[in-house]
Ligand binder design. Structure first.
Ligand SMILES: NC(=O)c1ccc[n+]([C@@H]2O[C@H](COP(=O)([O-])OP(=O)(O)OC[C@H]3O[C@@H](n4cnc5c(N)ncnc54)[C@H](O)[C@@H]3O)[C@@H](O)[C@H]2O)c1
Length: 450
């Protein structure tokens, strides 16, 4: 299939499904199970594992990991579910390639460290798997993102980044309000990743959160790999939780696109101070120089004139908040103060508590599936992202978040690094759709199906 045809069919197939949601359901017989594999059953992969095991329409056929402790926990979860133990691949960092040689895998979830995503996504595509769900960040460099886009186009594969925040209940209600024009024409949006990760980036090598100041070879889970990105890189290292929801409200890659960005990085103090306070100034981690600025801010300009402010703030004491703001000609929502103001509806210059608005505009997906989402990670939103991926694969249709979304959102990281490196210069965004953003239609969550 030619690149343009692939891009168009990806949009049109999902758009037509959105209009006639029940039509193609029968294509997947009730007794057929989708054969799914997972690479990476660490802490995030175990969440996905649990969600897959809860589904009757999925057969978990293989899992791969190189950490025996993570594999032991995964096996416990599988045994507890009463489902059949899948084939297990382990032993070396390329054991996943052996797993991909196995025939019959219809969909795969990748939940490994960021630096592995590009190679594993492309490996899965080249092995003939048509549905690849990868955890956040598609790759590291801008070239990585191009490589994945080209591979998906060449093999006509669907690559969905499993960006769960797009399914947060308040965010979906706000998307509903945007689509019903309650905020008027959108002007400015904000969001980000503002999460004190100091006890994630350092631990004692046994507990996942805190109890020590080790990282790298001596760290466990994300301290094993993620912290090194704070040593060697300076930029918005985790933009997708903030930009994903914003991209849906502004129709990025579907009538709109990111044009350019400019990033600023503050001085880096938080991680060093945390090590000194927790483990003393003689601890080896106290000698490490961290490159990542404590607060990185990025301004993005969109083709349709909106501005976006993204924040990355993971090294200082702070309560969790993604800091969303959706502002249009008629009013705005701010998640930090949980408030909405709509001109003519709210009292002049006063906030309404968001609850009544969010209840009124609750998204049909949440109205339908809130029971199924109960107990799923991150307040239930993890259920929806896996549900959407699996339902797309079952229907053999385009995923509602596709490779162009994954590439555009993830590209913010290398572009922000470049902007900072160049003394806060504005840098151009590549157009991964090759101009097709002008013709593609929005497809995300238009029904109560998935
Ligand atoms: N969307 C979310 O809310 C959310 C939350 C947490 C993590 N994540 C993302 O999930 C991904 C994984 O994070 P995590 O917290 O599970 O980290 P983790 O360190 O707990 O798990 C990663 C797993 O990958 C395995 N692995 C590493 N190299 C491998 C290889 N070559 N072959 C097979 N397995 C390999 C590790 O052994 C480990 O078990 C990251 O992209 C992270 O950003 C997303």
């Amino acid at each position: 299939m030619q690149r343009k045809d692939f891009i168009k069919s990806a949009g049109v197939a999902a758009a037509s499904l959105a209009m006639f949601p029940t039509q193609s359901l029968s294509a997947f017989a009730a007794d057929t199970k989708l054969k799914v594999a997972i690479i990476g059953v660490g802490l995030r992969g175990q969440n996905h594992l649990d969600l897959l095991l809860r589904r009757d329409d999925v057969e978990l056929v293989s899992i791969c990991d190189i950490d025996s402790r993570m594999l032991t926990s995964a096996k416990e979860i599988i045994n507890k579910s009463g489902k059949k133990m899948p084939d297990i691949f382990t032993g070396d960092p390329y054991a996943w390639k052996k797993m991909l040689e196995k025939k019959g895998i219809e969909a795969i979830i990748i939940a490994t460290p960021w630096e592995w995503h590009k190679e594993m996504v492309i490996g899965a595509i080249e092995a003939g798997i048509k549905y690849v769900g990868t955890e956040v960040m598609l790759g590291i460099t801008l070239q990585d993102h191009w490589d994945v886009v080209k591979a998906a186009e060449k093999y006509n594969a669907h690559v969905m980044m499993l960006e769960n925040v797009c399914y947060r209940r308040d965010i979906m209600a706000i998307l509903n309000m945007v689509r019903q024009n309650v905020f008027g024409e959108l002007i400015h949006l904000q969001g980000g990743y503002q999460h004190d990760l100091r006890e994630v980036k350092f631990n004692d090598g046994t507990n996942a959160y805190g109890h020590g100041c080790e990282f790298g070879d001596k760290g466990f889970s994300e301290a094993h790999w993620r912290t090194n990105h704070s040593v060697y890189r300076d930029g918005d290292l985790y933009p997708t939780h903030g930009i994903g929801p914003i991209a849906h409200t502004t129709n990025i890659n579907r009538g709109n696109r990111f044009v350019n960005l400019c990033s600023f990085s503050s001085k880096a103090r938080g991680l060093h101070d945390h090590v000194v306070k927790s483990c003393g100034e003689n601890h080896p981690s106290a000698k490490v120089k961290f490159k990542l600025g404590d607060v990185v801010t990025t301004n993005i300009k969109c083709a349709n004139g909106e501005t976006i402010l993204l924040q990355h703030d993971t090294s200082l004491p702070r309560p969790y908040s993604l800091g969303f703001r959706v502002q249009g000609t008629e009013g705005l929502w701010m998640d930090v103060n949980q408030s909405i103001h709509i001109e003519g509806k709210s009292k002049p210059h006063q906030w309404d508590a968001q609850k009544e608005w969010l209840d009124k505009y609750d998204h049909p997906l949440w109205a339908k599936y809130s029971k199924d989402a109960e107990g799923a990670g991150h307040g239930g939103m993890d259920f929806f992202v896996v549900h959407s991926f699996i339902e797309s694969a079952k229907r053999k249709t385009a995923t509602q978040m596709d490779v162009y979304d994954a590439a555009a959102w993830s590209a913010i990281t290398p572009l922000s690094e470049q902007s900072i490196e160049l003394g806060n210069q504005t840098v151009e965004f590549p157009d991964f759709t090759g101009g097709q953003w002008m013709y593609r239609k929005p497809v995300f969550a238009f029904t109560d199906e998935y």
